[in-house]
Design a protein around this ligand. Structure first.
Ligand code: ATP
Length: 240
């Protein structure tokens, strides 16, 4: 299977403080990969390094067969990597204008087509199109964030803790939103502390202390001791 993103031996950190100690990660094309790990494990640091928002100390990053290790963030985005963060949604603009911001470089006809596509994928957004983004619920705001990121027709969508600050009901909604994006053939990399996201993933990695502590298919990870201990609070009684 083709690999859309391949990171090898990633080392990075902040002003002399090393956080990542040689991380290897692969995202097969069209698959959803979840990056699990406790607070401070280095998930955000890894995502920011992959996007070129933080300098890479050493290692190599390949996207769609091209070496992007030294590419500026903007060029990575133009080559098909979208990053969805909370800050991406403008609360003072209505939904339709937020979507336009996401596709600002599209021609008028493409823009209209793309917006219609988003309304088709996410009917709630069509219903609320004239509402200010600031008036949306937490779950709806995530939906808008995803739709805005999809405006540029990325091949890979990277998300940092989409469940942050959401109640369990909205977490389920976000998982549904990601299912829609995934069904569209998009590859996903989702950093999360919430193990529920493994339900929606094809593959997962567990990052601990800046190193990959476990990896495998979603079902393999669910039964792995590392994940059970850390996320389900379960241990095998026989091994105590
Ligand atoms: P969280 O879920 O809390 O975001 P994370 O797995 O995403 O956790 P990171 O945010 O990547 O973890 O943080 C990894 C380590 O890097 C932590 O020890 C954190 O204190 C440190 N760190 C994060 N940002 C900076 C910064 N700007 N300068 C110095 N150290 C930082």
């Amino acid at each position: 299977m083709e690999v859309i993103l391949r990171a090898e031996g990633i080392k990075s950190g902040y002003e002399g403080v090393q956080i990542l100690w040689g991380v290897d990660l692969e995202i097969p094309d069209g698959q959803a990969v979840v990056l699990l790990g406790p607070n401070g494990a280095g998930k955000t640091t890894l995502l920011r390094t992959l996007l070129g928002l933080l300098p890479l100390w050493s290692g190599r990053i390949e996207f769609a067969g091209n070496d992007i290790t030294r590419l500026a963030t903007e060029k990575r985005v133009r080559s098909g990597i979208a990053f969805m963060s909370e800050l991406g949604v403008f609360p003072d603009l209505n939904l339709a204008d937020n979507l336009r911001m996401g596709g600002y470089f599209l021609r008028r006809s493409e823009m209209d087509q793309r917006i219609s596509k988003m309304y088709e994928l996410f009917p709630d957004l069509a219903r609320l199109r004239r509402n200010l983004a600031g008036s949306l619920s937490g779950g709806q705001r995530k939906m808008l964030g995803v739709a805005k990121a999809l405006m540029s027709e990325p091949r890979l969508l990277i998300m940092d803790e989409p469940s942050a600050g959401l109640s369990p009901k909205y977490v389920k909604e976000v998982i549904e939103i990601l299912k829609v994006a995934h069904a569209e053939g998009l590859s996903l990399l989702i950093a999360e502390q919430n193990v529920l996201f493994l339900e929606q993933a094809d593959y997962g990695y567990v990052l601990e202390g800046g190193r990959i502590a476990a990896k495998g298919s979603a079902s393999e990870l669910k039964s792995s001791d590392v994940v059970r201990r850390a996320y389900f609070g379960m241990v095998d009684e026989n091994k105590k």
